[in-house]
Design a protein around this ligand. Sequence first.
Ligand code: THU
Length: 131
Amino acid sequence: MDEMIEMARQARERAYAPYSNFAVGACLRGASGRLYGGCNVENAAYPQGQCAEATAIGNMVSGGEREIAEILVLGGGEQLCAPCGGCRQRLAEFAGPDTPLHICGPEGLRKTVTLGELLPYAFGPNSLEQP
Ligand code: THU
C-alpha cells in the first residue's frame, strides 16, 4: 500500500491540470504484482482531458498486463476523490467487482471500497457473451 501511495503521489506531482487545478494520481497493481502510475492530463479543448486512472490503465496495458489486482486513487481537497463514472467503467474492463479500490488524499488512505460497490451491475466484457 505504501508503495502504491508513493507512486500515485509522484504521478500526481506530474499532473497536467492547468484548467481545473485539481491534480490526481493513480496507481494500479497488475496481477503480476507490478505497479503502474498515472496522472490526469487536461487539454485546452476541455472534453479531451484524461483522468489519472485512464493514464494508469494505458500504462498497464502497454506494459503488457490486462488484469488489475488493486486500485489506488489520490486526489486533493476535503472530499473523497472517488473515480468518475467513466473511469469506473474503464476500470471494470480489467478489474472485478471484488477488486479493492483505495481512495487517498495527500496525507494517505481515506477509504477502501470495492469496484463493485462503486459500479454495481457493471456492463463488462462478459456482458457481450452470446448464448
Ligand atoms: N480526475 C481524475 O483524474 N480522476 C478522478 O478520479 C476524478 C477526476 C481529474 C479529471 C480532471 O482533470 C480533474 O480531475 C478535475 O475533474
